[in-house]
Design a protein around this ligand. Structure first.
Ligand code: ACO
Length: 152
């Protein structure tokens, strides 16, 4: 498994990974390819430097979208946001998600950020357990989203 920086040329691949990775979790995701594409464009516009792709044998199998200049209203300052993280189902539980997130932590620390923040669906227990394992703690909620924070 190899991690590499994402490039705008990857957008179509990321759309496919996203749509496949969110099967069964549709209530928390865009399901139309056009919406998913607009979302990927938004992620690149937010912070292209915070995006990495995981490859296995030359195939893209996951990605992370970090954002090193996100103003968190609830924290009252700039934090490192993890907007998106997906690993294809057949490649899960091999440490790929962890490697992607650790890459983003490194990037946030290089920028001098002190906290990482994310929002996860309240019934997405797999992702929540994953993030707890990586040191995130639940802070508060908004509708069906749970906000989690980790000190970097
Ligand atoms: N249940 C419990 N613990 C888990 C699970 C799970 N399903 N998945 C991972 N973990 C924990 C384990 O402790 C694991 O270590 P172990 O396998 O040695 O026990 C540790 O997290 C690291 O797991 P990885 O193998 O690195 O994680 P993986 O590559 O499977 O990716 C991910 C996890 C990205 C959450 C994956 O399940 C996924 O793509 N889910 C669908 C999309 C999604 O929900 N993304 C997060 C949305 S919220 C957001 O991004 C802000």
């Amino acid at each position: 498994m190899k991690l590499r920086k994402a490039d705008e040329k990857d957008i179509q691949t990321l759309v496919e990974l996203y749509l496949q990775g969110y099967k069964g979790l549709e209530e928390y995701a865009y399901t139309h390819p056009e919406d998913a594409q607009a979302y990927m464009n938004w992620l690149f516009r937010r912070d292209a430097d915070g995006m990495w792709v995981a490859e296995d044998g030359g195939r893209s199998v996951g990605f992370v979208a970090g954002d090193g200049r996100w103003f968190s209203k609830r924290e009252g300052g700039v934090v490192g946001a993890i907007h998106e993280l997906v690993v294809l189902p057949e490649f899960r539980r091999r440490g790929i998600g962890r490697s992607l997130v650790e890459k983003v932590f490194e990037y946030f620390r290089e920028k001098g950020l002190e906290k990482a923040e994310l929002w996860v669906g309240d019934e997405n227990t797999e992702a929540m357990n994953f993030y707890k394992k990586l040191g995130f703690e639940e802070r508060d909620r908004f509708n069906y989203w749970v906000r989690m924070i980790k000190r970097l």
